[in-house]
Design a binder for this molecule. Structure first.
Ligand code: GDP
Length: 348
């Protein structure tokens, strides 16, 4: 029997042993057990529950996250960003295989800020990472759509917890290098990779300085064929520019290089950089400090969201909110006063 067959059998055996009273509705503990046993369907359904904005799902959602959170995990969370067309999805397809060679289970999640604004998607609705998505030890989930960026970010952060409970120990969060989404991704990962194009002469203008400052590694993509020479030149320019940046909080000097997903150049180097980073930040404590900081921010964010969700689902608040919206729009009441009324109604 192949490795993958025996793994599937082991998962099935575990799942068969999980009893469920009702086939259509798992209890939270069945559900968490299934996720933990590696059932991808239970994981997908769990993420769908998390993405739900239906107030009747809130309680189950919180319980499921809580049940999954108790599983300890030794995961590495990596953010990847870059402008549309830089080669992110091709990179993840090739780099993902490098990650698997090193005996990880890989989950790829995405945050696409465009999907709720335009209804379209910059990251692409097409089936991406086709080969990778077929593999047993890989789980790929596209960005949640139709929500605010904050809502997508929250759902992704919770999806990370579920993926980790399912044993995925290398988590990639992909986003596009436009708007606010990089800052949001930065706040939920351990390590951030920026992919860049080697342009003709204007290398340093295309990317906002702020994004470059956030990166733990910057790689020029598509360094192959006729583009290799330009990539080397661009790399030299970036090295000079980056020299002028202040050092990172964690004392890590960002790594620079070039890579090709087609020729598979330097993908092993990038994997090694992630492992160096891990050793460096574990040794000086910044890995754990960063996770703690992120958890505290998460708590505050969840506190605000839960207050909002619980208050705004009250019928009297809902009704008043609609009235007050009109009054604020007509200048009949100040936004501050309107909020005060809503807060006092929430407490009744
Ligand atoms: P994304 O929008 O950042 O996800 O970019 P894609 O992965 O969809 O790639 C955009 C285009 O660049 C596609 O036509 C890819 O075939 C091409 N591409 C991606 N990676 C490479 C590479 O390493 N070398 C070359 N020559 N082309 C690449």
């Amino acid at each position: 029997m192949s490795d993958s067959q025996s793994r599937k059998r082991a998962i099935q055996k575990k799942l068969d042993s999980i009893k469920s009273n009702n086939k259509n509705e798992w209890t939270i503990s069945d559900w968490a057990n299934r996720i933990q046993a590696g059932d991808k369907l239970a994981l997908s359904k769990g993420i769908t529950l998390i993405e739900s904005e239906n107030p009747k799902d809130y309680e189950r959602k919180e319980d499921l996250i809580e049940a999954c959170m108790s599983q300890s995990s030794n995961s590495f969370r990596m953010g990847i960003t870059g402008v549309p067309g830089v080669g992110k999805s091709t990179f993840i397809e090739s780099f993902g295989k490098e990650v698997l060679k090193n005996e990880h289970k890989l989950a790829v999640l995405a945050i696409d800020p465009s999907s709720n604004v335009s209804g379209g998607s910059i990251l692409g609705d097409k089936t991406r990472m086709e080969e990778l998505s077929q593999l047993d030890e890989v789980f790929i989930r596209p960005s949640a759509a139709g929500k605010s960026l904050g809502g997508v970010a929250r759902a992704t952060r919770e999806a990370i917890i579920l993926c980790e409970a399912a044993g995925y120990d290398f988590i990639v969060i992909e986003t596009v290098g436009v708007g606010q989404s990089e800052t949001i991704v930065k706040e939920m990962v351990d390590f951030f990779l920026l992919l860049m194009l080697s342009g003709a002469g204007d290398d340093l203008q295309g990317i906002k300085r702020g994004i470059m400052e956030m990166a733990d590694a910057l790689y020029i993509s598509k360094a192959d064929g006729d583009n290799l020479k330009a990539s080397k030149k661009a790399l030299a320019n970036y090295k000079v520019a980056l020299h002028l940046f202040p050092p990172n909080e964690n004392n890590w000097v960002p790594k620079l290089g070039y890579c090709s997903s087609l020729d598979k150049t330097n993908l092993d180097e990038i994997y090694n950089v992630t492992q160096q980073f891990l050793r460096h930040t574990k040794a000086n404590g910044s890995f754990d400090d960063n996770r703690t900081k992120q958890n505290l921010n998460w708590m505050l964010d969840s506190f605000k969201t839960q207050l909002w969700e619980k208050s705004s689902s009250k019928p009297e608040v809902k009704k008043e909110l609609e009235k007050l919206k009109k009054k604020v729009a007509n200048g009949e009441i100040s936004p501050f006063k309107a909020a005060e009324i809503l807060v006092s109604l929430s407490h009744e």
